[in-house]
Write a protein that binds this ligand. Sequence first.
Ligand code: KG4
Ligand code: ZN
Length: 381
Amino acid sequence: MNKRLRVLGIETSCDETAAAVVEIDDRLNCTLLGNVVASSMDLHAQYGGVVPEIAARSHIESIIPVIDEVLKTSLSPLTFRGRTSESEELWSNIDGIAVTYGAGLGGSLLVGVMTARTLAIAKSKPLYAINHVEAHVYSNFITSISPSCEGQTSASYSVPTAQPVFPALALIVSGGHSQLALFKDHFDYLLLGQTQDDAIGEAFDKVAKMIGLPYPGGPSVGLKALEGNPVAFSLPKAKMNGKYDFSFSGLKTAALRQAQSLIGQDFTFPSKNLPEALSEAQKADIAAVFQRVAIETVVDKAIQAYEEFSPASVVIAGGVAASPELRKQLSERLPIEIKYADPKLCTDNGAMIATLGAFKMKLGQPAADPYSLEIAPSLSM
Ligand code: KG4
Ligand code: ZN
């Protein structure tokens, strides 16, 4: 018998309060039934980055409405027969709960984990503790979207036609992480390398702030770069000891020095005055050169790893995986075709958490203890 499992995923590691329901079947096909994301990004934009206290407070306000909404939109069309209360009926369609327990901001993670623990106990559901970075990769395992999910977002999703094949090389690039990993199978991977300082998305966010572009920096730098010349000047790529390690802090500083020199100033010129001092054309060139070099840095390593390990597939994950420049460079340089997740599933969301939770449940991985699961803010892969 085809036993379908439905898992509720909860994600609150940074500034997005997100929940989703994913269904997995016996052939491990994953369908997204509902996906709700409430972002406090607008509240952080004025500071040019995420403010942890504001993020935690806004998770507290949004978590219950977000979970309610995703359960209603994804499950109401299924089987509401009016025999029990609507809430009980909805919960009877959920088989497990998955929650991000790390890495992330402590106050933010606490809201998601305590909510998930409480629900797991109150509704008697198994609880799965999810590593946020690992989960980013699982956005690529969603290959179908239920009409219930399309209806609630107005925008439609484009998903890959098939799941990645193992061994899969995964490039995980976001605001908090830059990692290259080789997945031999589910739950069995080798971390090849990672950033030794800033994450790539963080560098985008900082350079955006430096030239007066809005947060989040990835999309705003990408847009500004369209007006600039990507080879207007050169910026250095860091040489690392670890073959697959990255560094973005030097690149960020080099972009600052370049900006200062473009306006005839030295390193003492305050970066906060740069947005006013730079012309629009200079900002566009800085955006274009920085973006090219930052993306080349991760693509160079991905190509090197591809050549060394000959994986059967390559996946990209994390917020920066939404970058058209990254997709362009990879498709130009990789000999195999990449199947991309929808950009809406690349930035933080509950769907990736629910999907990894669904695989854990379906493949018999141990559940967490809802009475004792703790947050792990600096959890690594
Ligand atoms: O995965 P994510 O939503 O959160 C973390 O886990 O960090 O990634 C957020 C990061 C931000 O740094 C943002 O600037 C970047 O992803 N980002 C992008 C794009 N959309 C978001 N970077 C490049 N191009 C994009 N379209
Ligand atoms: Zn993330």
